[in-house]
Design a protein around this ligand. Structure first.
Ligand code: ATP
Ligand code: MG
Length: 198
């Protein structure tokens, strides 16, 4: 028993020194680009969790949400009530509409706000939720998004979410997490729950 304990202690010591060494080597301080992609649940909520974390440190945060017809979601209600810059597409935007002109105008309105924030060094964190679909469906030119991300202030962090993220964006990012759907209640007939799914 005692030998087991000593062995465990020794291996923990080795592990700690390896971790300490890696921590010592991570010396860069800068705004980071994070992507949450994949088919599993948790992309938007991970982004919103980081928003809360940033606000808790008094950081200035801006959020844009490129979503289809699900208005008044919990994060919007909460953050707007706390005076956080939060822009989402106006009513009328759904993937089903055949009115591409109207959809493009809605996307451009939100993208304009995102571009403004990406050029403003007073924003510490800019979240672009569900933006991957905007480039996939050519509502926002990919190159324009990349240029805005590359020229953003050095200290500004950005988070992009959405399925099927373009490879060029993933190459540009510092941190990319793929949510994997091992299981989802929806497949067992559980409908989207208020306060959990939206
Ligand atoms: P969340 O907003 O819960 O973090 P998400 O951003 O990862 O989810 P989206 O692809 O944006 O997921 O989908 C939005 C909605 O679809 C949410 O209500 C979410 O709970 C639900 N959803 C997410 N993943 C799945 C899945 N694998 N199957 C069915 N529904 C899903
Ligand atoms: Mg989402």
């Amino acid at each position: 028993m005692r030998a087991d304990y000593e062995e465990h202690k020794q291996s923990q010591r080795v592990l700690k020194s390896l971790v300490d060494e890696r921590v010592k080597q991570a010396t860069i301080s800068k705004g980071v680009m994070i992507i949450y992609t994949g088919n599993g649940k948790g992309k938007t909520t991970a982004a919103m969790g980081t928003v809360i974390r940033a606000i808790g440190h008094g950081k200035k945060v801006g959020v844009v949400q490129f979503i289809k017809g699900k208005w008044e979601n919990g994060e919007y209600n909460f953050l707007k009530a706390h005076n956080i810059d939060f822009f989402m597409m106006g009513t009328g935007f759904t993937w089903e509409t055949q009115d591409r002109e109207k959809d493009t105008a809605a996307a451009e309105m939100v993208w304009k706000e995102a571009k403004r924030m990406l050029a403003d060094p007073t924003y510490d964190l800019v979240v672009m939720d569900e933006i991957t679909y905007m480039t996939a469906y050519h509502y926002i030119p990919l190159q324009e998004l990349i240029a805005s991300l590359q020229s953003r202030p050095e200290s500004q962090s950005v988070i992009l979410t959405g399925r099927d993220c373009h490879k060029k964006l993933m190459v540009l990012a510092d941190t990319v997490t793929e949510m994997v759907a091992l299981k989802h209640g929806f497949d067992q007939g559980i409908k989207a729950q208020k306060g959990i799914d939206w």
